[in-house]
Design a protein around this ligand. Structure first.
Ligand code: FAD
Length: 483
């Protein structure tokens, strides 16, 4: 029996990894491989924050393989098909296993590679490690993919019983000789000059062990309060599992079963309600993958083509102020600065900053999607594109365009005591609560007492929200031919 190559991709874990388990079951030597795919098109490419995460995650996976099995993670870069063929020849491997990816480039790439490797006489198998339901499994009565979340999630819960997570394999036999590998440091995934990753290091620990700890800490300490706290950016009310889920350091089936086990053990109505809400958010991730797989054009195009006719503005100066958190709207600036500093932003604030970019500044959602893709540690093609289209109103299941977030009333509702704004926009921290979300409305004496000089220590608003709202609605009417 020839060796088995396990091609790791977005499944950087040992537990509940069906491809790895299948390799262990073969009993032949296993060659764990990660390929830095250099054929990914620009609009699916990984951003800088993801590079940072990937370095840590690969280091953690390599350490786990070594400690547990005396194994080595082989690193190669280039075109995956060529690398797999060469490695199989080098190691006399006869089988290649992987867990499926659903991004358009990955789907085409994997289909082609599977055919090529089979032509070379290799056995190839793919597995599901990333989703509760495969995107082709859940269909409407008419046999179509779902386009609306609520019936989609209802169908998933009714039809799918996620299998119990697999334990990590007991043994992974090593090859007699190790194939050559790149050194992780030579990939230069970490920023050096300048090293902008200090804030990321403070908040995040990539890797499977950290993912497991985060899930269990969340279930123990935060799940009960999740339904209320999840919308409050000033509290730590959510799981912060998103980057771990993106890289597959933990899988949704593990999250599903751990949450159900926790709820069964602590079976209060409050816990059950919170668990259902939490799993529904994991469901939004599923739904995003389901949309991406079935409608891969959402990466580039408006799901609703009428939005192609929206009169978007080209305003690089406004885009730059949004990216830097200098719009003069404190809740927007707080979110953009949290993102820059930590590689993550609270979901409620993602919606607010997204709405502001698209509807107050009239800048195309693709610009926001690109910035998020570059700066988020949880940047995920499916969730990012689906969410940006949701905010824009151009998506499958989308917020109606005319529902335009008011950055002042959103802050008043979800950051009433200004904790979040004060943390990320410290130059206005001394304003009283009434003005923390709208410094321009504060009387001169109040501004002076808080050491603020608008236009100097903190920007004046980049647009007037009421006027911007009217402008956005005029654009919407124009798009619909109602102008
Ligand atoms: P929790 O509330 O603890 O939720 C648990 C898990 O459910 C998350 O880890 C995530 O995997 C999933 N999830 C939660 N909300 C959503 C959602 N609305 N859509 C899809 N999945 C969800 N999420 C990403 O993972 N990657 C992205 O690139 C991304 N881009 C976004 C862009 C915009 C404009 C918006 C509005 C949302 C985006 N989201 C994205 C969704 C959401 O904001 C994050 O998943 C969430 O904030 C992560 O925090 P958490 O892990 O604490 O979430």
């Amino acid at each position: 029996m020839g060796a088995t190559i396990v091609w790791f991709r977005q499944d950087l874990r040992l537990e509940d990894n069906p491809a790895l388990t299948a390799a262990a079951q073969r009993g032949a030597p296993v060659i764990p491989l990660f390929i830095r795919d250099e054929t990914i098109p620009a609009d699916e490419a990984m951003g800088a924050a993801s590079h940072w995460w990937l370095h840590g995650s690969l280091a953690a996976l390599a350490a786990g393989l070594e400690t547990r099995y005396g194994q080595r993670l082989i690193l190669r870069r280039g075109a995956p098909g060529e690398i797999l063929e060469a490695l199989a020849a080098e190691t006399t491997a006869d089988t290649v296993l992987w867990n499926r990816c659903y991004e358009p480039h990955a789907v085409t790439r994997d289909r082609e590679i599977k055919a090529e490797l089979k032509e070379c006489g290799l056995a190839v198998e793919s597995h599901n490690a990333a989703l509760i339901a495969e995107p082709w499994e859940v269909r409407t009565g008419a046999g179509e993919p779902y386009k609306v979340f609520t019936p989609f999630w209802k169908a998933v819960r009714a039809q799918i019983v996620p299998p119990q997570p697999l334990p990590a394999p007991d043994a992974l036999p090593c090859p007699a000789t190790w194939p050559g590998s790149d050194a992780l440091d030579d990939w230069a995934l970490l920023p050096s000059r300048p090293d902008w990753a200090g804030g990321l290091r403070e908040v995040w620990t990539p890797g499977e062990n950290a993912a497991r700890s985060r899930l269990h800490a969340f279930l123990r300490h935060r799940l009960d309060g999740y339904a209320d706290a999840r919308d409050l950016p000033g509290t730590h009310g959510t799981s912060r599992l998103s980057p771990h889920l993106h890289w597959g350091e933990i899988g949704p089936r593990q999250v599903w079963h751990a949450t159900h086990a926790h709820t069964a053990a602590h079976g209060q109505a409050k816990t059950e309600k919170a668990a259902a809400k939490f799993l529904a958010e994991v469901g939004w991730r599923e739904f995003s993958y389901h949309l991406l797989f079935n409608f891969p054009q959402i990466v580039r195009d408006n799901f609703r083509p009428e939005f192609d006719g929206y009169p978007w503005a080209s305003d690089p100066a406004a885009l730059a102020r949004w990216q830097r958190g200098q719009t003069g709207y404190p809740i927007v600036d707080a979110g953009m600065r949290e993102l820059w500093a930590t590689g993550w932003m609270h979901n409620r604030v993602r919606m607010i900053v997204g709405s502001f970019l698209i509807k107050d500044l009239l800048i195309h959602w693709k610009e926001g999607e690109r910035w998020f893709a570059d700066t988020l540690v949880d940047a995920d093609l499916a969730s990012n594109c689906a969410s940006w289209q949701w905010v824009a109103g151009s998506g499958a299941d989308a917020a109606p365009y005319f529902r335009i977030f008011n950055p002042v009333s959103q802050a008043a509702k979800f950051d009433a005591d200004g904790t979040y704004i004060r943390k990320w926009v410290p130059e206005i921290a001394r304003l009283p609560d009434d003005f923390i979300a709208q410094p321009w409305a504060a009387p001169a004496l109040v501004l002076k007492a808080a050491d603020i000089e608008l236009g100097n220590t903190y920007p004046r608003p980049i647009v007037d929200h009421a006027q911007a709202r009217d402008r956005a609605m005029a654009g919407y009417r124009e798009m619909r031919g109602e102008a």
